[in-house]
Design a protein around this ligand. Structure first.
Ligand SMILES: [Zn+2]
Ligand SMILES: [Zn+2]
Length: 373
């Protein structure tokens, strides 16, 4: 197709007079810009620094950590503090494909925590924990606070101290992202005997008609002492598909669900349309990620080694379950949404550990962002 288009262009150029050359060049640039495709960018939306008083590294050292490990973007999301990227000294050897996205973690005590991503200053403290507000109202205030600063909200770690339930999140208007996975050791991503996992919560919200996407982040505090029970970086991230690497483009792509969440599994095919979802695993990229000393899988007593791709719909029901690294699914109206989950299982001690990639749902019921968003 491209070859035949180039041939057409060559025929055109043979017939051009010299004074038409500049017009031809403009036409050619336009022609090829139409062929450009989006790229994937790796990033972390949630991390801390010494400025909060309970993390161990400066904004510069934290930035360096992510820069040196190939991330493309990072948000220094400090508790109720706005770290202006312009004030952070960048690594001397900074790559062109690395940026900071401004933001903060709006921290409303034990009511709710919310990443305000791509904000243009400190969110008004009045939005943190309005007196007498319910948890839903606090989260709603965080969403409004982030919007007032021209950013978008990500509701954080609902299972941290089992702080937020599906009932708290469901009524919040304009909330379209939450942390499905968070690398902090105390956030209970997978629940316990008495509490559902965050993924089950996600399916409850999606089944109830909420338009909400799943984010994976580090929430890192400890960059100096490395151990499974420390809050270390490199455990959860997002891969965002965007026209360009800029704070606005990345944040808007996430807000509209053009990303996947992962704690180790990397994909090279994520084609989701209203009709069909196609998923392909990037095995070599996954292998590289899983060689890192930072990743931590979910410990399992039982498991089947290798890759599995599941397509999940209403009620968390598994609609199709495929062993292997490639799968596709025909989306029908039978479920109001369909999402894909990729699991990679490897041995760990006497048991197993699972790593995941979670893609964002395709909706069949026409649900949309609130018009005032
Ligand atoms: Zn938090
Ligand atoms: Zn945090």
């Amino acid at each position: 197709m491209l070859v035949s288009r180039i041939e057409t262009l060559l025929i055109v150029v043979n017939n051009l007079s010299p004074k038409s050359i500049s017009f031809f060049i403009s036409l050619t640039l336009l022609f090829f810009s139409g062929c450009s495709s989006k790229e994937w960018y790796k990033g972390n939306t949630h991390t801390h620094t010494v400025l909060c008083g309970h993390a161990d590294s400066t904004p510069e050292a934290v930035t360096q950590w992510y820069h040196n490990r190939g991330y493309n973007f990072l948000c220094l999301s400090e508790h109720n503090q706005f770290i202006d990227p312009a004030m952070v000294k960048m690594p001397a050897d900074k790559r062109d494909d690395f940026i900071l996205i401004p933001g903060e973690e709006i921290t409303g005590g034990s009511m709710a925590h919310t990443t305000a991503l791509n904000t243009d200053g400190l969110v008004d403290p009045a939005f943190r924990e309005p007196e007498g507000a319910s948890k839903t109202e606090v989260i709603q205030a965080h969403v409004h606070g982030a919007r007032a600063r021209h950013g978008h909200a990500i509701s954080n770690h609902p299972n941290f101290r089992y702080m937020n339930t599906a009932d708290d999140l469901r009524p919040v208007e304009g909330l379209h992202m939450f942390e499905l996975y968070n690398g902090h050791p105390k956030v209970n991503n997978f629940g316990d005997a008495e509490h559902i996992s965050v993924e089950v919560m996600w399916d409850q919200l999606l089944t109830d008609g909420m338009l909400i996407y799943g984010v994976s982040s580090d929430d890192a505090h400890d960059f100096k002492k490395l151990a499974p029970d420390e809050s270390n970086p490199g455990r959860g991230w997002v891969m965002v598909r965007s026209d360009e690497l800029s704070p606005d483009a990345i944040t808007e792509a996430m807000y509209h669900g053009d990303f996947y969440a992962t704690n180790g599994v990397m994909l090279n095919v994520v084609d989701s349309t209203r009709q069909r979802i196609e998923i392909g695993v990037d095995e070599s990229a996954t292998e590289t990620e899983l060689q890192s000393t930072f990743v931590i899988g979910q410990s399992m007593n039982q498991g089947e080694l290798g890759y599995r791709i599941q397509f999940i719909g209403e009620g968390g029901n598994v609609l199709e379950d495929v062993k292997g690294t490639q799968a596709s699914f025909s989306v029908t109206d039978a479920s109001s949404y369909v999402r894909a989950k990729v699991t990679y299982t490897r041995k760990q001690g006497n048991g197993f550990e699972n790593f995941y990639a979670w893609t964002q749902p395709v909706f069949t019921d026409g649900r949309q962002h609130f018009t005032h968003d």
